[in-house]
Design a protein around this ligand. Structure first.
Ligand code: GCO
Length: 437
């Protein structure tokens, strides 16, 4: 096959996030997810991140695990409350953890892709209003400065944020993620401060880490209409603007989607003169996370409602398996925006895995990956400049509001023993990567 994706230049990796795998909570400040997990009715299995995959202690063997998969890169995130004290000074123990980890990866030739914010806001900042407080954006820039100065040249790529949609909408509007606020008046305001923080941090990254590839990671759930009626098409456009374009348009066009004019005054972000210029900065790469699509229809009360998937293939999350949306997403974004090189920073699925005699035969996950890699290949053949792909996730981990009940890893984790077992999908990934020429 003559696919670009089978050449050595195309980068493959695996991804994780700090709160989902680290544990080691005694050596860091509390974050909003610690607080959220401790509340009644927030996490399906009543679990938390206090141990998770115990990666804080097992990081050396985890580096060997990553190496054994034959990947080129590892995407991880830094826990803000682990590296910065409340007074803004450095927590050297926390920084050393990441320095050792990065040195270990670099020694094996594995490129570190570092995300600065994967949802674990220090609790003391939330107590001060969190992302509803503009001040948090400036704190984020200070944190970025501390990290970039401390980590030096160890990082191949920095992403400011992972999925602003999830932090803003799920955390401050729908209330299903930390900090669990509910209200339409909160989501857009939180989103604006996160995007502002991104822009401020880009300046810091370009100043203190000019040689790394610096950008941001966005998630997209492409919106499809239930029917071709004018009403359903309009509802779907609204949903797409609200969930997807809201987070990318300001980065490239320096404005929010026109849908903003349909929102009540109280629901609009607090934009100060100059903000949109800060947000609309050149980025070296765009990270895109893709899992599924959603179907929408018009409604008498809400601007749009989701039509739950029926009689279609689903993952263990209940998410429709629809790889064609992956291709269409990439070609559409490429048409709409002047994109820099793209990295697929997350793609994967939860499946109801079982382990027997040290074997996890997850043929369903292998099929998901094959379909999505093919869909990605189609987008590349249609001209989208995609340079790499990360499987979510390296290993099973804390799946947020669903706790440990959902397994996304290509490596199985036994949470009793912390034993890691490479699944059939992990072996298939290794074989694919080994075939590259
Ligand atoms: C994400 C998250 C991951 C989730 C994954 C599955 O960025 O959405 O990075 O933390 O575990 O998406 O829901």
């Amino acid at each position: 096959q003559n696919s670009k994706m089978l050449r050595k230049e195309f980068l493959y990796g695996v991804a994780t996030a700090s709160f989902q795998i680290e544990g080691g909570i005694d050596s860091r400040l509390p974050c909003i997810w610690d607080t959220f997990c401790a509340k009644e009715g927030t996490v399906a299995d009543k679990s938390d991140g206090s141990v998770a995959c115990d990666h804080y202690n097992l990081w050396q063997q985890d580096i060997e695990l990553i190496e054994s998969l034959g990947v080129d890169a590892y995407r991880l995130s830094i826990s803000w409350p682990r590296v910065m004290n409340q007074d803004g000074s450095a927590n050297q123990t926390g920084l050393d953890f990441y320095i050792n980890l990065l040195d270990g990866l670099n020694a094996k030739g594995i490129k570190p892709f570092v995300t600065l914010y994967h949802w674990d806001l220090p609790q003391h900042l939330e107590d001060n209003g969190g992302w509803l407080n503009r001040e948090t954006a400036y704190k984020f820039a200070e944190y970025t400065e501390l990290v970039t100065k401390a980590l030096g040249r160890r990082v191949h790529s920095y992403a400011t944020f992972n999925e602003p949609f999830c932090s803003a909408y799920l955390g401050y509007e729908a209330g299903i993620h930390a900090p669990g606020l509910v209200g339409k008046e909160f989501g857009r305001k939180a989103a604006h401060h996160i995007l502002l923080a991104h822009g401020l941090a880009m300046d810091v990254l370009n100043k203190y880490s000019p040689d790394s590839m610096n950008g941001i990671v966005l998630n997209f759930t492409p919106a499809y209409p239930a029917t071709n009626s004018t009403e359903d098409l309009a509802a779907t456009k609204f949903a797409d603007d609200y969930n997807n374009q809201w987070y990318i348009k300001p980065l490239f066009d320096g404005c929010y989607p026109d849908t903003i004019n349909l929102l009540d005054e109280a629901h609009k972000p607090d934009i100060i003169d100059g903000d949109m210029d800060i947000i609309c900065k050149k980025i070296d790469f765009l990270g895109i996370n893709f899992y599924t699509r959603e179907v929408f229809k018009a409604d008498d009360v809400e601007p749009f409602v989701v039509v739950p998937p029926e009689h279609v293939p689903l993952t263990d999350m209940g998410w429709e398996i629809y790889p064609q949306a992956f291709t269409e997403l990439l070609t559409t974004l490429d048409d709409l925006y002047d994109l820099p090189p793209v990295y697929i920073t997350e793609n994967g699925c939860a499946m109801p895995d079982t382990i027997k005699d040290d074997v996890v035969d997850d043929q369903n996950r292998i099929a998901y990956y094959q379909q999505h890699l093919n869909a990605l290949n189609d987008a590349i053949e249609q001209g989208v400049d995609v340079k790499g792909y990360f499987a979510w996730s390296l290993m099973d981990n804390f799946e947020w509001a669903l706790g440990y009940s959902k397994r996304f890893g290509i490596v199985y984790v036994d949470y009793e023993t912390q034993q890691r077992t490479v699944k059939a999908s992990g072996k298939a990934y290794r074989e694919l990567l080994a075939k590259r020429t």
